[in-house]
Design a protein around this ligand. Structure first.
Ligand SMILES: NC(=O)c1ccc[n+]([C@@H]2O[C@H](COP(=O)([O-])OP(=O)(O)OC[C@H]3O[C@@H](n4cnc5c(N)ncnc54)[C@H](O)[C@@H]3O)[C@@H](O)[C@H]2O)c1
Length: 358
C-alpha cells in the first residue's frame, strides 16, 4: 500500500490580482491541494469567493482557522515579513510571493522565524517554469550554440505608468521588485556559475518614485555575460514586441526567441571560420562586408528545443516537496542569492559603478 500524502489546505492572504490567480490555478486543478480560506482587508476583493471557501477580512482570523495548514502570502511586498512572522507563530507552512523581502537583512530575519517555527517555506518564483525561459535554458543546457558568451533576456511594454501600491517605494513598488526578481532568478537558475561583478542602470523614466526601466549586466565567472533589460515605456507597433525576448550567442551559433510562447530558431553558419572575404553589399548607409544580408546557403536554422512547462508545475512540485517526494523547486538559499543580487543591482544603479559580487 502506498503511503498517504499530507493534503495542502491553503489559505490565501491578500486576494487581489495574484490572490485571484492562485485561486484560479488551484480551484480543484492540482491534486492534493485545495483552497480552504481567503482573506483581504478590501471587501470588494471578496465578492467572488467560491462557495465553501471561508472568508476573512483579517489575516489573524484566517491564521486561527484549523482547517488551513498552509498559507500563500500575496499581499503588497512591504507586508511580507510581518505576514510570514504571523504565519510562523500560527505554525502554518508558507509560500510567500516574490520578492520574499525588500532586502537581504529582512529576509534573514524572516528565515530565523521560519527556522524557529520548523515549518515548510518557499517563495513563488514560478517563472522558472515559463516556457520561453525553459526553451532558452534548453538551448543553454544542450550546448546548442557552442561556448556561450551572451544571454540576453528582455521584456518590453507600453504601460509605463504603474498603479496602486506599485507606484510607492515604501510599499516595495517598481519593476525591479516586480519582474526584476524573476528575470534575475531565471539568469541565475540557467547560468550555474558565480557572478563576479554587476552593473546596472535603473531609472524612473516616467514614474515619480519607482523604477520603470532597468538594464542589468551580470559578469559570470564562466565567461558568460547575462543581461536583463526591462522597459515599461517602450512604445512600438511591432508584432510580439510587448513580450519576452531571448538571444543566446555562442561560438558555434545563436538562438533567439520572441514571445511568451516562444517563436524563434537556432541559427548557424556553413562558413564558420572559412577565410572567405565577405560579399560587399550596398546599404542605404554605404557599402558593408560584415553586416549585409546572408548569402544563400550560408545561414542554416533549426527549431528551438521548445519546453512545455507551465506554472501549475510549481504547485505540483510543492505538494510532492512537502510530502518529502521531491526537492522544493525554489529553495530559501536560492531566494537569498537573488535578493543579494538585487541589493547589488540597486547599489550599482545608485552609484553608476560596477559592484563586486560573489
Ligand atoms: N509571482 C508572480 O508572478 C507575481 C505576479 C504578480 C504579483 N506578485 C506578487 O503578489 C503580491 C500581490 O501583488 P498584486 O499585484 O496581486 O497586488 P494587489 O494589490 O492586486 O493585491 C494585494 C491584495 O492584498 C490586500 N491586502 C493589503 N493589505 C492586506 C492585509 N493586511 N491583509 C490582507 N489583505 C491585504 C489588498 O487589499 C489587495 O487586494 C506582491 O507581492 C507581488 O509582488 C507575484
Amino acid at each position: 500500500m502506498g503511503k498517504t500524502l499530507k493534503e495542502v489546505k491553503l489559505g490565501i492572504i491578500g486576494f487581489g490580482f495574484m490572490g485571484h490567480e492562485h485561486m484560479n490555478m488551484l480551484a480543484s486543478k492540482v491534486p492534493g491541494i485545495c483552497v480552504k480560506a481567503v482573506c483581504d482587508t478590501n471587501e470588494n476583493q471578496l465578492k467572488d469567493v467560491p462557495e465553501g471557501v471561508h472568508v476573512y477580512s483579517d489575516a489573524d482570523d484566517l491564521l486561527k482557522d484549523t482547517e488551513v495548514n498552509t498559507v500563500i502570502i500575496s499581499v503588497p511586498n512591504r507586508l511580507h515579513p510581518e505576514m510570514v512572522k504571523k504565519a510562523c507563530d500560527a505554525g502554518k507552512d508558507i509560500i510567500c510571493e516574490k520578492p520574499a523581502a525588500l532586502s537581504v537583512a529582512l529576509f534573514d530575519e524572516m528565515m530565523e522565524e521560519v527556522k524557529k517555527a520548523g515549518i515548510h517555506f518557499t517563495v513563488h518564483q514560478q517563472r522558472r517554469l515559463d516556457p520561453d525561459f525553459r526553451t532558452a535554458k534548453n538551448v543553454y543546457d544542450q550546448n546548442l550554440v557552442g561556448k556561450v558568451y551572451t544571454v540576453q533576456s528582455t521584456l518590453y511594454g507600453i504601460n509605463g505608468n504603474m498603479h496602486d501600491w506599485h507606484v510607492y517605494k515604501s510599499e516595495g513598488g517598481g519593476m525591479l521588485y516586480d519582474w526584476g526578481v524573476h528575470l534575475l532568478d531565471q539568469l541565475l537558475f540557467m547560468i550555474k556559475s558565480p557572478v563576479k561583478t554587476v552593473y546596472a542602470d535603473v531609472r524612473n523614466v516616467i514614474n515619480k518614485e519607482v523604477d520603470d526601466y532597468f538594464k542589468i549586466e551580470l559578469y559570470f565567472e564562466n565567461g558568460v555575460v547575462g543581461e536583463a533589460e526591462l522597459g515599461t515605456y517602450f512604445l512600438a507597433d511591432r508584432p510580439k514586441w510587448f513580450e519576452r525576448h531571448w538571444f543566446i550567442g555562442g561560438d558555434k551559433g545563436s538562438a533567439y526567441s520572441d514571445g511568451f510562447d516562444p517563436e524563434g530558431k537556432v541559427a548557424r553558419t556553413t562558413r564558420l571560420l572559412t577565410n572567405v572575404p565577405g560579399t560587399i553589399t550596398m546599404s542605404a548607409s554605404g557599402p558593408t562586408r560584415s553586416f549585409g544580408p546572408p548569402q544563400p546557403g550560408v545561414l542554416v536554422t533549426e527549431e528551438l528545443p521548445k519546453a512545455s512547462t507551465e506554472h501549475k508545475m510549481f504547485w505540483e512540485n510543492y505538494y510532492k516537496a512537502v510530502n518529502g517526494e521531491e526537492e522544493f523547486l525554489v529553495r530559501p538559499e536560492e531566494v537569498r542569492r537573488v535578493l543579494c543580487l538585487m541589493d547589488a543591482v540597486r547599489k550599482s544603479g545608485e552609484t553608476h559603478q560596477t559592484v563586486d559580487f560573489e
